[in-house]
Design a protein around this ligand. Structure first.
Ligand SMILES: CC(C)(COP(=O)(O)OP(=O)(O)OC[C@H]1O[C@@H](n2cnc3c(N)ncnc32)[C@H](O)[C@@H]1OP(=O)(O)O)[C@@H](O)C(=O)NCCC(=O)NCCS
Length: 173
């Protein structure tokens, strides 16, 4: 649906589920992605969730697969829509670690932010990231996100407390 030079952002298909399942069960990927502590996830549950959404005719236009070299390498999404302030939260995970640090995330972020501003008319996109996730922070800054705040030692992750960093990007910026 959204075409870049190295990546395409498109809807999740049933064929992607086994790749997404592998990503969701990669502890290193899950830890970097933030959120709750990693838990084992069954393939059946992922299929059931997919089928439930598809069965409802749900058209979740905010969640994308990141495709590169003809295969799913991760996912990204916009969520927490605030229609009054016209803000939304962004999340991204490249689950195939072979694609880390090679500019794929940055391009996916540019496509997603452009989608948020130009097609969805959001005014601001924001996100949270663990303070020790230097790769992610580097990529976010490269597309224009700025640090807006930091909750110190807010999250327990991988045996230690880490800061929770808030970053934002204004359309006008
Ligand atoms: C975060 C993520 C989307 C970034 O995508 P990516 O394709 O790896 O990032 P990019 O290659 O576009 O940019 C990363 C930048 O950080 C740099 N970098 C890589 N590893 C780094 C490290 N350990 N420390 C500091 N900088 C690092 C890269 O050199 C690159 O900068 P440069 O192009 O100026 O040299 C991806 O790594 C990912 O999904 N990681 C796992 C899940 C995750 O962390 N999600 C974000 C949760 S908030």
């Amino acid at each position: 649906m959204l075409q870049g030079e190295k990546v395409i952002l498109r809807a999740v298909s049933r064929e992607d589920i086994t790749r997404l399942w592998a990503f969701n069960n990669d502890v290193q990927v899950e830890l970097a992605g933030g959120g709750d502590p990693p838990i084992p996830q069954s393939l059946e549950r992922l299929y059931a969730e997919f089928d439930q959404n598809a069965g409802q005719g749900g058209r979740n236009g905010t969640s994308f697969v990141i495709e590169a070299d003809g295969q799913c390498i991760g996912q990204c999404a916009l969520f927490n829509f605030n229609p009054t302030a016209r803000t939304c939260e962004l999340g991204i995970t490249i689950g195939d670690r072979a694609y880390w640090g090679r500019g794929y995330g940055r391009e996916a972020l540019r496509l997603l932010v452009d989608y948020a501003f130009r097609l969805q008319n959001f005014r601001k996109v924001w996100l949270t990231v663990h303070g020790d996730n230097e790769r992610a922070i580097h990529a976010y800054k490269a597309v224009g996100f700025e640090e807006e705040g930091r909750l110190r030692a807010q999250v327990w992750s991988d045996g230690k407390y880490v800061d929770l960093v808030y970053m934002g990007l204004l359309r006008e910026a």
